[in-house]
Ligand binder design. Structure first.
Ligand code: DQA
Length: 193
């Protein structure tokens, strides 16, 4: 499954509109005694985020909903696409049951995409080929899981993606797709500050 949303980026166009020195996030007091909120008042970013989905994620919504929830992969892609658009980023999605297809998608992202969000499914736990491909990608990599693998069966506790990921978001269900894009936006702003 390959999806492409919005425009292809110009090479290296990430963050060109960002004014140096301008804070990406500001704390906005909401009133006496009320909690402050974080407001994103930065200039929009630009560029493509590649969202990679590994084996069996095509079955989300039907597959072990007590673990992975009732939302489909299309629902999660829509969440990520919306979150990306709020930052001026476009989202490209590749899902495959095959390790090699995901490795090729990472190769295709080199020198082209601004960042990668990867939920590699079970490949997370043993695909050194995906590890090596991600290591060759120059931008931020956010590892994403719907569940919290560290709280599940022992064989899920090892991630071979983690050593090449900038950070990990796990255990927040579908909300993780929005959080992963927020993390990407924050990392891209930091790179171009
Ligand atoms: C998963 C966790 C993996 O252990 C599992 O093999 C998946 C989904 C998650 O999103 O929680 O397929 O990556």
């Amino acid at each position: 499954m390959i999806g492409r949303a919005m425009r292809r980026p110009e090479e290296d166009d990430v963050g060109q509109e960002h004014s140096p020195g301008r804070p990406g996030l500001s704390v906005v007091p909401t009133g006496p005694g009320e909690a402050s909120v974080l407001r994103n008042d930065a200039e929009p970013l630009a560029g493509t985020v590649l969202l990679l989905s590994g084996p069996n994620l095509s079955l989300l919504g039907e597959r072990q909903p007590e673990v992975y929830g009732y939302q489909s992969l299309d629902d999660h892609v829509a969440t990520a696409t919306r979150a990306a658009a709020e930052h001026g980023l476009s989202l490209e999605h590749v899902q495959s049951e095959y390790e090699g297809a995901l490795v090729e998608a990472v190769h295709g992202a080199r020198r082209r995409a601004a960042a990668i969000v990867v939920n590699a499914g079970a490949l997370t736990h043993y695909s050194w080929a995906l590890h090596d491909a991600l290591a060759a990608f120059e931008g931020p990599v956010v590892e994403l899981h719907l569940s919290h693998p560290g709280r599940r069966e022992p064989w899920r506790h090892l991630s071979v993606v983690t050593p090449v990921a900038t950070g990990v978001i796990a255990g927040f269900g579908g909300e993780g797709y929005r959080l992963a894009i927020e993390a990407v936006a924050s990392l891209l702003r930091a790179r171009h500050a």
